[in-house]
Design a protein around this ligand. Structure first.
Ligand code: SF4
Length: 152
């Protein structure tokens, strides 16, 4: 169980997009497949998979990071998600665990709002122990033929 802390107003994340509030969306991976969900897609990845379908989160030779991403506060993200009847929040990317230090506050805020959280990760970054708690699940999709990428 997570204790008191909710969200730190000073904490922010680099976000590519959030969706699922206005148009109902469903989780497409893992044990919650088919469940209504909101998605928070974080920008940046540590890999450069050729068949990536979210290159706008990291491929700055084809996309402009100033157009494809923005800083959003944890407070803002929790306020966006909290009123939705969807219980599940999927945090994806890119590779979301690049920003895991600031994700602890987001996860605490979402759990305090009655949500549960699933991370979609490429499995190359060990999760912070603060994220290994009830209400949080990791859907790991290992990638082959990886090329490390310098994150900017
Ligand atoms: S790990 Fe995922 S987001 Fe990152 S480059 Fe590969 S497919 Fe794209």
């Amino acid at each position: 169980m997570v204790g008191e802390p909710t969200s730190d107003p000073e904490t922010w994340l680099i976000v590519a997009e959030c969706f699922g509030v206005q148009t109902p969306t469903f989780q497409g991976e893992g044990p919650s497949c088919g469940h209504p969900a909101l998605f928070i897609r974080l920008s940046r990845c540590n890999l450069t998979c050729e068949r990536c379908d979210t290159k706008y989160t990291w491929d700055w030779s084809h996309f402009d990071p100033r157009k494809e991403s923005a800083k959003r506060s944890v407070t803002d993200l929790v306020a966006w998600a909290a009123p939705s009847p969807a219980e599940l929040i999927v945090i994806t990317g890119g590779e979301p665990l690049i920003q895991q230090r600031n994700l602890v506050a987001l996860v605490r805020g979402l759990l305090a709002a009655g949500k549960r959280v699933e991370f979609e990760t490429n499995g190359t970054i060990a999760p912070d122990p603060a994220l290994l708690i009830d209400g949080v699940r990791f859907n790991v999709s290992p990638k082959l033929a990886i090329k490390p990428f310098v994150v900017v």
